[in-house]
Design a protein around this ligand. Sequence first.
Ligand code: ADP
Ligand code: MG
Length: 237
Amino acid sequence: MTSPRQHPIRLGHQLALNDGFGERWTRNLFAVFLGGRAEELGRLDRLAGDGDFGNNISAALDRARRAAAAEEAGRLQGYPAWLTCVSRGFLGTGGTSGPLFGMFFRDLARCTTSGEPTLTELSAGLSAGVATVQRYGGAEVGHKTMVDALVPAARTLESQLSAAAAPDEALGRTALAAVEGARSTASLIARRGRASYVGEVARGVLDPGAAAAAIILQAAAVAQAGGDGVDTAWIEV
Ligand code: ADP
Ligand code: MG
């Protein structure tokens, strides 16, 4: 009889995510945000902030897209290279969201050293990224920031590991938790960021950073499961 020690059963979360996951995630981000969503999120920031959010996220991803295009063919390979490219795009951008998303993606990029991460590694990277955002920004859930989408997402992905869910389902549920968290920001007034200066005016307006964070996680789910693009119709309601 062979012992499980010699032939360990590799559960889904211990296997690498689908080939090309990091590249597809990155390209989904370019497609969704540079294809019009950044502008819509900018409109939310004009309603309750200072209006620069759309420009900030477009500038970050445009910089990342140009850096990716400038790489010699074949050099940008594997998840860490693609996610580092996204991180650098955000780190070179202004606003509050630029550096926060930059550090968030830097932690995600570092969750594995080559190839594609396992679900366990991705979960560790997401949790580390969320912790970094909270450490630098000081926001808690309910303060009407990106943290409202990111914390439930990181918790959900972690709980999917212990439930031994298949990676596609786990990332789908993670994205759903982020979307729910982002939607919940509409009814709040802001305690952090520029939207906190406008008090009640922010109530009824979705937080653009939370919406962007949720779309980022939706883009990850689509990168793993396939499908035709990220469904962002929810940000209009
Ligand atoms: P700024 O507020 O400096 O104009 P942006 O418009 O680039 O920055 O980003 C605004 C978004 O940043 C908000 O929608 C919110 O989600 C996020 N944000 C603002 N302050 C914080 C914070 N302290 N912690 C986490 N996220 C924050
Ligand atoms: Mg702003």
